[in-house]
Design a protein around this ligand. Structure first.
Ligand code: HEM
Ligand code: HEM
Length: 138
């Protein structure tokens, strides 16, 4: 078989809720095996993984497909987590790898960009609240 056949692009862009589910399931599957992240997630989420995954389907459906099924304040549950820059770097690395493994295209690029922006904002807020007594409202 000619070599180029092995190199043909087989990935599609993120297009529908099935794609979002694949992305979210694969990503959190990796998170749950990651030495740096698994304990933080499991300690908080415990037996509520189905609920968390459902919420994350809706979050990414809202962000990437413009179907507004998620409502809430995404930052609040992160405010008091024991996380710093290295955790967010690992989160971004796993997320980007997951996107690239399965998808290729405009939405795939947007997913990576949005994930990184959100991580950046969360980190700034977490560091800010660590140094103050204020309770975050959003
Ligand atoms: C500086 C950047 C950002 C700020 C200050 C910000 C702020 C907020 C605030 C205050 C809310 C809560 C609204 C409410 O309680 O009803 C919210 C909701 C939300 N944010 Fe952001 N956000 C930022 C970036 C992002 C990014 C990068 C994403 C995508 C990854 C994102 C996705 C969402 C979604 C999906 C909601 C829920 C919307 C809804 O309830 O209908 N945000 N944001
Ligand atoms: C090291 C980084 C992160 C850690 C350890 C982390 C951890 C968690 C945990 C434990 C929850 C569940 C809270 C609960 O249900 O009790 C959660 C919820 C959530 N996370 Fe993260 N997260 C991280 C980064 C991010 C990033 C970068 C995003 C956005 C792209 C994100 C989006 C969300 C959303 C939307 C929820 C649901 C919020 C709600 O309850 O409405 N997380 N996260």
């Amino acid at each position: 078989m000619p070599l180029f056949l092995y190199r043909m692009e087989t990935r599609n862009d993120i297009q529908n809720i099935e794609d979002i589910k694949l992305l979210v399931d694969t990503f959190y599957g990796r998170v749950r095996e990651d030495e740096q992240l698994k304990e933080i997630f499991n300690t908080v989420i415990q037996n509520r993984w189905p609920e968390h995954l459902n919420k994350m389907y809706r979050f990414w459906q809202t962000v990437l497909l413009d179907e507004h099924t998620y409502h809430g304040s995404p930052f609040v549950p992160h405010a008091k987590l024991p996380v710093s820059e290295t955790h967010f770097e690992q989160w971004i690395k796993l997320f980007n790898e997951t996107v690239d493994t399965h998808f290729c295209g405009t939405k795939a690029e947007r997913a990576k960009w949005q994930g990184s922006r959100m991580a950046e904002m969360f980190l700034i807020k977490i560091n800010y609240f660590k140094n103050s007594q204020t309770i975050p409202l959003v």
